[in-house]
Write a protein that binds this ligand. Structure first.
Ligand code: AMP
Length: 191
């Protein structure tokens, strides 16, 4: 069963690769950023709460994200695998998410365990990529803040998952197809 978390700074290609890999293994691509953006567009209660954080490039509070992800993973189409893109983003999110697995029995734990793909891309390449996108939160100041938020709050997850032997490091500074093939090779080894 394919269960993957895509980690990496903004602009690393998480969304692109997560979507391609989800198509290959026929599992849902669950992007917390996409879910939040559609909530903002619909002006749902969650969207109204999340908008200001997103506009600034700050993280949306953990509890809102945890509730949102829990609900999405309970959907019947997420019972045979998934790809999470953009979650977890903080150690609190990762710990709470881990507890869900810990609370299941040994057998369930091994069949439901997941791996974490970390896409590595140098900073100057990230900024250039983000500046060439046309998303509302891709203004230069917001980009700088998103990178800073990533280094402060999300990068510690690399060690968190390395210590749990769940981490797979992929060089993301390559053409899209090369990166997809590198991920696919690793996924085929573990599934
Ligand atoms: P992304 O599309 O993954 O770059 O996410 C866009 C924005 O949504 C981020 O800058 C955050 O404001 C918010 N966001 C997405 N995922 C999370 C998360 N796991 N935790 C907190 N905020 C998130």
């Amino acid at each position: 069963m394919v269960k993957l978390v895509f980690l990496g700074p903004p602009g690393a290609g998480k969304g692109t690769q997560a979507s391609l890999i989800a198509d290959i293994y026929k599992v849902p691509h669950i992007s917390t950023g996409d879910i939040l953006r559609s909530n903002v567009a619909e002006k749902s209660p969650l969207g109204i709460k999340a908008k200001d954080y997103m506009d600034k490039g700050d993280l949306v509070p953990d509890q809102l994200i945890l509730d949102m992800v829990k609900e999405r993973l309970e959907n019947p189409n997420a019972q045979n695998g998934w790809i999470l893109d953009g979650f977890p983003r903080t150690v609190t999110q990762a710990e709470e998410f881990f507890k869900k697995y810990e609370s299941e029995g040994e057998e369930a734990k091994s069949s439901s365990s997941f791996h974490v793909i970390n896409l590595q891309v140098p900073d100057d390449v990230l900024v250039a990529r983000l500046l060439s996108r046309k998303r509302e939160d891709d203004q230069e100041e917001t980009i700088r803040n998103r990178l800073q938020v990533y280094y402060q709050q999300t990068q510690p997850l690399i060690e968190f998952y390395q210590a749990r032997e769940q981490l797979i490091i992929i060089d993301g500074n390559n053409p899209i197809e090369t990166v997809t093939n590198a991920i696919k090779q690793e996924v085929d080894k573990i599934t």
